[in-house]
Every structure is written in C-alpha cells, then in structure tokens.
Design a protein around this ligand. Structure first.
Ligand code: GLN
Length: 189
C-alpha cells in the first residue's frame, strides 16, 4: 500500500513528509521503472509545470501516467500539479497530462505578488488554511467536475472522479485534511 509522488521537480518532499507523518508509505517517481511498483494513488506536486511537463516527456513518463489516470488511478495535483492535469490552459498553448476537464489560468494572481495565505470552506471538510504560491485558478469546468473550494470568487479546488486538484498547497500548512480526503479516495483511510 503506497502513494507514488512525482519527483522530477518541485515540492515533492513536502508531500512525502505529510504522508509519512500520517503513517502512509510513499515512493518517488523519477523514471519509467518506478511505475512498476504497486501504487494506490499518485501525487503531482507544485513546482513549475513547464519544467515538469518537459521532464515527464523526456523521461517517457507522460503517456504511461496519462493512461494510469485515465484507467482510474487516484491522483492529487497541487498547483503546478493541477496545471499538469488540466485539459486546457487558457494562457499557455501547452497541454500536459490533460485528463481533467477544466480550463486553468496559470499565475492567476500575478507572477510577483501572487503568494499569500488565506482560509476558506472546503466541501466535506470545513474551513481550512490555503497557501497560494504563484497559483493557477480554474476558469471553467466541464460536466461532472465538482467544485470543492472557491476563494475570492475563484475556483481553487475540484474533483472529477478519481482526480483531485487544488490551486493551493495543503502540504505546506500543517493541516492534513485534504491529504486525508485524497487518501480516502485512494482507499487508504
Ligand atoms: N506558476 C507555476 C506554474 O505555472 C505553479 C506554481 C506552483 O506550483 N507553486 O507551473
């Protein structure tokens, strides 16, 4: 029973620390053979989506991960991870994994002053701390996408079946409730 954490760039260690503090095994995905391990769920961390997307292509990880997610692997994307999952990026021609039927806007809060802390309601959890770092937001959702959190009139967390995505960073706040939500999606809680 373990969660695979994409570890090619970005804030993967922070997710691993949260998982370990919850008693959940995890391992890093850095190359194709890492996908041979038994995996109950996958985390796509924050970082720089363009860099992560490029490395995933170069490492041959993009297509296998896309297929695993399309086949139902529970996945949790935070910030750049949300951008990797999005079917469309309104201010970027790139598409990465593209399995989540939403349109996202990169750097929705501006590039320089786009980092801030806040708090808001998350469906099924209650009020949680929100940490934004040059975050995207969801501009529009396709059918079947549930909005789980809005902040300041913007959609910042969604779920579509096995796919959970947050524009913010739950791994940085000390509040484990969104990770608990994901682990229950993955059948680990
Ligand atoms: N701005 C980054 C991007 O576009 C995301 C930032 C983050 O993951 N903290 O990929």
């Amino acid at each position: 029973m373990a969660i695979g954490v994409l570890a090619v760039q970005g804030a993967f260690i922070e997710h691993e620390d949260v998982l370990r503090s919850m008693g959940v095994d995890c391992f890093e995905i850095r190359k194709l053979s890492d996908l041979d391990r038994d995996m109950d769920g996958l985390i796509l961390p924050g970082g720089e989506s363009t860099v992560m997307g490029k490395l995933m292509n170069e490492l041959g990880l993009m297509e296998p991960l896309r297929r695993m997610i399309a086949d139902g692997m529970p996945v949790f994307g935070t910030c750049a991870g949300m951008i990797l999952l999005a079917e469309k990026i309104s201010n970027d021609d790139r598409k990465h994994i593209g399995t989540l039927p939403v349109t996202v806007l990169r750097n929705a809060y501006g590039r320089q002053l786009g980092s801030f802390s806040a708090e808001d309601e998350f469906v099924g959890i209650g009020r949680i701390p929100l940490e934004f770092i040059r975050a995207p937001c969801v501009e529009s959702c396709g059918p079947g996408v549930d909005v789980l959190c809005e902040h300041g009139g913007r959609i910042v967390a969604v779920r579509y079946g096995n796919q959970l995505a947050t524009a913010f960073h739950p791994e940085l706040t000390g509040d484990k409730s969104v990770h608990e939500y994901f682990l229950s999606m993955a059948g680990l809680l």
